[in-house]
Design a binder for this molecule. Structure first.
Ligand code: N01
Length: 543
């Protein structure tokens, strides 16, 4: 154990790690159960991902009003300015949540947890932060989110670069002035797309290093007024938030599940797709025909529609082939699409270069910039690493969590693959829960919808324990094995395994290739979790 920071050495009922949506929901609701509860948060403020990701253009891909907690006491006093709010507004939202729910008094910021060890005698966790704070707690809630461990590829010479270089998830809070600068961006995932379209109008030259084109969809951003939202609050919010519990992705729209895209005429399909395109957001993805994810022919047609839309916006034939190739690099929708605003028009600018690093890989980072395999050296003032995350599991495995057998969770999952029971707990780690994490509906869902429903389930489970006088809960190994099989079998029926994506853990060298999320959707997931409760918490052992 680390040297103790004597100023903080607490004995409490529940310790929550992370102050994003899941963490604040846990804190508030566990406190309401009468449990002494604290949060250790690595950042200096609330927001989780929205604290760290303050790169140019960072904004959420969920549309109004669902990117917030559904508690009336919170939404009554809050209005967004944009349909898809940016990071600054989201930070303000969290300050609002803090004020209304009086959270700060129970949060330790700048407190990155490094280890957590289970004490079988006391039925308690001992949790230690990097700066030596210690908490002893009956329950441990890992609300670390999907993107708390960022990933920097092992580029040769990276530290030799003399200009400004940041990973997007460690963008300086005070910002970086890119005006008139030569900027390079490595990566074209959701983050890269946002950075590229945001900085393109300001820089002297922009060079994008693309390995795989992003099948980005139109955001259709809008400014929104308080009046519009107040009216919706009276009539619609409760209905919409309820609806989010009933759809595949926790959005207000849903996949078409009652028929195949091939059951309707090509004209009818086209009309439907045009509507989804016009309405924007994730609709072309999560309100599409459900068999887009399981039927290659349907997927090919979706891709052809998308390709035509994108090519229409590009002037240069070579750009068309790089950004929307005739042959799809993977099934559309099986790598996370980004939402874009003017992304494709960026590539019509004369001061923008697209380097296809699937043809000419990056050889090394030099003091001046980036050198590719063909010997070209691109020089930059600012280099942006939009290279993603050890996503979904990285936030959990980054902590040295040791359960009943003294083994670290990261080591176990690395060898055996991810094992969880219903995406909220795992055998040999008693009294520990996680949410918006592995093997839940997580990455296919609107964050707050998923975090809230799992958080409520966990709070109810703890209430059950308190009522029964239990001090220990542990997922059963057999139950967890069955859940893993279910997650794998759902995924095997889809086209997701055909894409080399972070959904499958494929973005991190050496990470096991396996589905990190439950692909059955929120309604099915909820039904299963409710059945577990109705069967007396089937699959859990209590003491
Ligand atoms: O990360 P990514 P992200 N050499 O892993 C490339 C959420 N999010 O930060 O595709 C060169 O998707 C890599 O190339 P390839 C959201 O869930 C949400 O963009 O593997 N390039 C890819 O282009 C999202 O999906 C929001 O071939 C390398 C990029 O880097 C998730 O976070 C906003 C490389 C990484 O893309 C992650 O998105 C932002 C290498 N060695 C993010 N290694 C909103 O809600 C990787 N790349 C708005």
């Amino acid at each position: 154990m680390t040297t103790t920071n004597n100023s903080v050495n607490i004995d409490i009922d529940a310790l929550v790690i992370g102050a994003g949506f899941g963490g604040v929901h846990q804190l508030y609701n566990l406190r309401n159960l009468g449990l002494t509860t604290k949060i250790f948060e690595a950042g200096s403020d609330f927001g989780g991902i929205w604290y760290w990701n303050c790169y140019p253009g960072a904004r959420v891909d969920s549309d109004l009003p669902i990117y917030q907690l559904s508690m009336p006491q919170l939404y009554k006093g809050w209005n967004y300015k944009e349909k898809f709010p940016g990071w600054r507004e989201l930070r303000e939202y969290f300050h609002h949540v803090d004020k209304v729910l009086d959270l700060s008094k129970d949060v330790y910021f700048d407190s990155r947890v490094k280890e957590a060890v289970w004490d079988e005698k006391e039925h308690k966790w001992t949790v230690v932060t990097e700066d030596g704070k210690v908490a002893r707690a009956r329950f441990l809630m890992l609300c670390t989110g999907i993107g708390s461990k960022y990933y920097v590829p092992d580029f040769k010479g990276l530290s030799s670069f003399k200009g400004i270089c940041h990973h997007t998830a460690r963008w300086p809070q005070e910002g970086v002035d890119v005006k008139g600068k030569r900027v390079g961006v490595i990566g074209t995932g959701a983050t890269g797309v946002q950075v590229i379209q945001e900085v393109a109008p300001d820089v002297s030259h922009l060079t994008v290093f693309q390995r795989t084109p992003n099948m980005a969809l139109p955001m259709q951003q809008e400014q929104v007024t308080p009046e519009m939202q107040e009216k919706m609050k009276r009539d619609l919010y409760p209905v919409l938030f309820r609806r989010c519990r009933q759809t595949f992705g926790g959005f207000t729209y849903d996949l078409v599940q009652d028929k195949s895209a091939l059951d309707v005429s090509p004209e009818e399909r086209r009309v439907y797709w045009e509507t989804l395109w016009e309405q924007g957001g994730f609709r072309f993805w999560l309100a599409n025909y459900g068999d887009m994810f399981s039927n290659q022919k349907v997927n090919d047609e979706c891709y052809a529609f998308w390709r035509e839309k994108v090519r229409d916006r590009l002037k240069d034939e070579k750009m068309k082939e790089k950004l929307a190739p005739m042959v799809a690099p993977h099934p559309i929708g099986c790598k996370r699409p980004s939402l874009e605003q003017r992304y494709y028009e960026v590539y019509n600018q004369p001061n923008v270069t697209l380097v296809d690093i699937s043809d000419t890989p990056i050889e090394e980072i030099t003091p001046k910039g980036v050198k590719t395999k063909d010997g070209t050296e691109y020089e930059f003032d600012v280099l942006v690493l939009a290279t993603g995350f050890d996503i979904v599991t990285g936030g959990i495995t980054a902590i040295d969590v040791k359960g009943t057998d003294g083994k670290a969770i990261g080591d176990k999952w690395k060898t055996d693959g991810v094992h969880t029971y219903i995406g909220m707990s795992t055998a040999t780690y008693p009294n520990m829960f996680f949410l918006y994490g592995p093997q839940g509906p997580t990455s296919f869902s609107n964050g707050p919808s998923c975090a809230e429903l799992q958080s409520e389930w966990i709070v109810n489970c703890i209430k059950y324990m308190l009522d029964k006088g239990y001090t220990r809960i542990e997922a059963d190994k057999e139950a967890e094995k069955q859940w893993r099989e279910r997650v794998l079998s759902f995924n095997d029926q889809t086209l997701f395994p055909l894409a080399k994506s972070w959904y499958m853990g494929a973005n991190i060298p050496g990470k096991k290739i396996e589905p990190l999320n439950f692909t059955g959707g929120i309604p099915f997931y909820t039904k299963f979790c409710n059945e577990v409760v109705n069967d007396g918490y089937r699959g859990f052992d209590f003491a």
